[in-house]
Ligand binder design. Structure first.
Ligand code: BTN
Length: 246
């Protein structure tokens, strides 16, 4: 057997596993450090939002040192890892740009990747939240209608330890592909196949509010939007305010 590739730090409750992982990095922790907590009292979402973290969910942050990789692309590829993990538990998930994990029109997981430099080494803290072993009734009322959980989808309880083991295996597999020649293109192709946003009409919030049809995702991970006036916009950062389903 090879060396264990992940060094797992388990906590009962933390403010945010991303922040706990960043503290470990500040103390010298490197690639392969994993922080997992049963609950978070101040779980962070993208764009300064909160991530509700009832017990039973999986809240985990991985420290990775990708070679020559932007946070943007790694956060898309982390989305693929979560999709592949959930598929192993009898769900059919997909991604909404950039990396929201959905089952049909309900969100089941989210990803917040943060880049940090320490002593000239670039590291990414890849934070992953999966609504696992609870029902949506445990979530704040205002997000219940748009959310789902693995238990709600399958009627079964999957231990977080099992979900994490599969997730770390899938992360390893993704990093291996990334390290090969042509790996980025292979992962981009996978991302585009899993991306539910491509081909849909959306409203996207970026520096301004834009409406249009999503025609693709660039090799930098930017969303490509064709606006009603026929112009093409490439959007590096933002969130989908609305996705039209038909
Ligand atoms: C989003 O969809 O807005 C991103 C949510 C990311 C949540 C995870 S839970 C584990 C890690 N720690 C955090 O504080 N956030 C991420």
């Amino acid at each position: 057997m090879g060396e264990p590739r992940w060094d797992i730090h388990e906590y009962n409750a933390v403010e945010s596993t991303n922040d706990a992982a960043k503290e470990l990095v500040a103390d010298g922790a490197g690639h392969g450090t994993v922080v997992v907590a049963k609950t978070q009292v101040a779980g962070k979402g993208r764009h300064g939002r909160r991530w509700a973290s009832p017990r039973g969910g999986l809240y985990v942050s991985l420290v990775v040192e990708p070679a020559e990789m932007s946070v943007q692309l790694l956060s898309l590829f982390t989305g693929i890892v979560v999709v592949r993990t959930l598929r192993r538990f009898k769900t059919i998930p997909g991604l909404h740009w950039p990396n929201d994990v959905y089952v049909e029109d309900r969100k089941i997981g989210g990803i917040l990747c943060e880049g940090i430099y320490r002593q000239k080494t670039f590291r990414v803290v890849a934070g992953i939240g999966i609504n696992n072993d609870f029902t949506v009734s445990a979530l704040p009322r205002e997000i219940r209608d748009e959310a789902t959980t693995l238990r709600d989808e399958t009627g079964k309880s999957v231990p977080n330890e099992e979900l994490l083991e599969v997730l770390l295996g899938e992360y390893d597999a993704m990093l291996e592909i990334l390290a090969t020649e042509g790996g980025v293109d292979q992962l981009l192709a996978r991302y585009r196949r899993a991306c539910l946003t491509i081909g849909r009409k959306v409203v996207v919030q970026t520096e301004r509010r834009l409406e249009g049809e999503v025609t693709g995702v660039t090799s930098d991970g930017y969303l490509v939007l064709k606006t009603p006036s026929g112009e093409t916009e490439e959007i590096p950062e933002g969130w989908l305010e609305r996705v039209y389903w038909s």
